[in-house]
Ligand binder design. Structure first.
Ligand SMILES: Cc1ncc(COP(=O)(O)O)c(C=O)c1O
Length: 390
């Protein structure tokens, strides 16, 4: 990883191109199109003979500034920003796959990602095999001659399962396929998938990159030869990041590292407290030595991240009691906010899948997921303690 001081400086200073007005804060260019000096310039811009902005579906200076800053933080050659995390995954898939191709995907990716690969991409002749993310052997045995993409999210949601990015990069390389990593939970502040050998990074910028629950956004990062196809899809199909959201996200990146550090430290404290609590049967947090991939997480991530999941003794009734007794923590399925959130995955994010699939995913009725924010850790613990004591 880059030295901390370099990361912090890039987070605040990269991607800035001041206008003639000399503004200090990044400018927000809320315009759908750009004006040319004459017909020849318009023609040159459209044919690519001259660099410059044309139309905000595919060129906008505020969006470019966000792309440049996020690329700097991930150590990527190029970045293409998108309207949401899901449109980033869709654009990446459209750019890298064609009918007849095969994908291997971790079974514990975000629910909409499962739907995208198993329902939508399947309709267009792209077939996907789902495997256990933490088992390198399972990835290897799922490979086929037509495998073109390995897709993984690590840590996974909600059980924080860790996949070995470097090992999967080697598997992908050996198979002549690409490895894409959804880096949503860690962000580049904690984990750098490209340095570990991944080809592509996906972000739901909606989560920690914004970090304050304000806007939707996404991004695809990697070598330009790969992101050019993503840009081409975006230019034609249009799931584009708005300049307003790009500006909000630029500001989010400025505090990313200090938020991730503070929220990870609080999450570790919460996980340790939960592990000692008599009403809790199991805690899932990569920063705990009891986590099955603790050693890998220590090697691959700078800190454990801000998501802690745990099982409450007494099944759904006891778990719901904890949720309902909260007075401060927000009951919402979103995560990656300065405000701590709590959700019961079995009846929310995983509520629409079959009980068998839920069991296979390890999401039981007794499971709760907390995404730790920036409130005082004592207040977060008190809010959970109330329901646990009931
Ligand atoms: C890991 C992960 N990837 C992708 C997404 C999709 O992002 P978005 O909601 O911005 O489309 C989410 C959303 O919750 C997520 O948690």
């Amino acid at each position: 990883m880059a030295k901390q001081s370099e990361f912090d400086t890039l987070a605040v200073r990269s991607g800035i191109h001041r206008s003639q007005f000399g503004e200090h804060s990044e400018a927000m260019y809320l315009t759908s199109s750009f004006v040319f000096e004459n017909a020849a310039q318009a023609a040159a811009r459209f044919t690519g003979g001259e660099d410059g902005n044309i139309y905000s579906r595919f060129t906008n200076p505020t969006v470019s500034a966000f792309q440049e800053r996020l690329a700097a933080l991930e150590g990527a050659e190029a970045c293409v920003a998108t309207a949401s995390g899901m449109s980033a995954i869709l654009a990446m898939a459209m750019a890298t796959l064609k009918a007849g191709d095969h994908v291997v995907c971790s079974a514990s990716v975000f629910g909409a990602t499962v739907q995208l690969f198993s329902n939508i991409m399947e309709k267009f002749g792209v077939h996907t095999t789902f495997v256990q993310g933490s088992s390198v052997a399972a990835w290897k045995s799922a490979l086929r001659n037509d495998t073109k993409l390995l897709f993984v999210e690590t840590p996974s949601n909600p059980l924080t399962e860790i996949a070995d990015i470097a090992a999967l990069a080697a598997v992908a390389k050996g198979a002549g396929a690409l490895l894409a990593v959804d880096n949503c939970f860690c962000t580049p502040a904690l984990q750098k998938p490209l340095e570990l050998g991944a080809d592509l990074i996906i972000h739901s910028a909606t989560k920690y990159l914004d970090g304050q629950g304000r806007v939707l956004g996404g991004a695809v990062l990697g070598r330009r030869e790969l992101t050019d196809g993503v840009y081409g899809f975006l230019r034609t199909a249009g799931p584009t990041l708005s300049p307003f959201n790009a500006w909000v996200l630029l500001k989010g990146l400025e505090t990313l590292r200090i938020r991730m550090d503070a929220q990870s430290q609080a999450a570790l404290q919460l996980a340790q407290w939960l592990e000692r609590h008599p009403r809790i049967s199991r805690v899932y947090y990569p920063g705990l030595p009891s986590h099955p991939q603790y050693a890998l997480a220590q090697k691959q991530q700078r800190l454990g991240g801000a998501v802690v999941s745990f099982e409450v003794k007494g099944g759904r009734e006891a778990a719901w009691r904890v949720v309902d007794a909260t007075r401060m923590i927000s009951i919402t399925a979103n995560l990656g906010d300065t405000k701590t959130t709590i959700t019961h995955p079995a009846t929310t994010t995983h509520g629409r899948i079959s009980p068998e699939a839920r069991r296979a995913a390890g999401v039981g009725e007794e499971l709760l997921r907390v995404a730790v924010g920036l409130e005082a850790i004592g207040d977060i613990q008190d809010d959970l303690a109330r329901g646990l004591a009931a």
